[in-house]
Design a protein around this ligand. Structure first.
Ligand code: PMP
Length: 281
């Protein structure tokens, strides 16, 4: 397959320097963009978030949004990608290993590749289980950086227990999940953690908020507790490509009826309509 290296699309090969700061420090930012029937979904929103992440870690992106959009579209075409994802990352480049930023002469490194992936319609329709784990991450979870070890450990805990996600809590407060945002439904109203430094403001999360408002579903960007989570009528998680996954059980405790709830199903249906509009545009 082809990959993007800086502004060139080339055959995939190993070419990352052992002193790339992404490799040594996790010093970089990234995005994962869903592709449905050959069309990237909400690419501009993802690229805007990349721009914000880069700014927050004082990394100067080497390409404009327009350039990145064109390069990624070219990459999708070069790989004849139908269903899957684009992975894009920009690191602070390769330089002799010192913690502080390298000199101005060191160029940030941009790479992107695509991966074919089936749609996850089965788990979206049927739901899955989650485990709870303490949120041990830093206080800038709003930045999409390469430092994902806490997320990796949390997801592994989920996997070990046959769960699809690990829901994170900081003390009593539910923040998000290892690689997705969390929503609960109680008495017909939705709640999700506000977009502050404790969570990544998911592109899917933002779209779901928009869909709720459009469909007159009351939604609150408000913190809720582990107790609220376990007592919720419905729970679902949102992320790129897996869209919306109903959570039927948390740490072995049944949520609501133990089946995907009506509001979750409604939002999933609305979300799929958006994708349908995209691929038929
Ligand atoms: N939170 C975390 C920690 C994530 O890694 C992700 C992305 N997988 C999300 C939320 C969901 O974000 P998005 O909807 O933009 O994929």
């Amino acid at each position: 397959s082809k990959i993007l290296v800086d502004d060139q699309i080339i055959d995939r090969k190993n070419l990352i320097d052992i002193e790339d700061r992404g490799y040594q420090f996790g010093d970089g930012v990234y995005e994962v963009i869903g592709v449905y029937e050959g069309r990237p979904f909400m690419m501009d929103e993802h690229l805007e978030r990349l721009q914000r992440s880069a700014k927050e870690v004082q990394l100067k992106l080497p390409y404009s949004m327009v350039e990145l959009r064109n390069l990624l579209n070219q990459l999708v075409k070069a790989n004849h990608l139908d269903e899957g994802i684009i992975y894009l990352q920009v690191t602070r480049g390769a330089a002799s290993r010192w913690h502080e930023f390298p000199g101005e002469d060191v160029q940030p490194k941009t790479i992107a590749y695509t991966r074919a992936e089936e749609r996850m319609t089965e788990v979206e329709d049927q739901g899955g289980h989650a485990v709870l784990t303490e949120d041990i991450r830093w206080l800038r979870c709003d930045i999409k950086t390469l430092n994902l070890l806490p997320n990796v450990l949390a997801k592994q805990e989920a996997k070990k227990n046959g769960a699809v996600e690990a829901i994170l809590h900081r003390g009593e407060t539910v923040t998000e999940a290892s690689a997705s945002n969390v929503f609960i439904v109680k008495n017909g109203e939705l709640f999700t953690h506000p977009a502050n430094n404790h969570i990544l403001n998911g592109i899917t999360r933002q779209k779901v908020l928009e869909l709720c408002r459009k469909n007159n579903l009351p939604v609150h960007e408000q913190t809720f507790t582990v107790k609220d989570l376990l007592a919720a009528d419905e729970v679902f998680v949102t992320a790129t490509k897996s869209d919306i996954i109903p959570i039927l059980e948390v740490d072995g405790k049944q949520i609501g009826s133990g089946k995907p709830g009506n509001i979750t199903a409604k939002i999933l249906q609305e979300f799929r309509s958006l994708i349908y509009e995209l691929v038929n545009a």
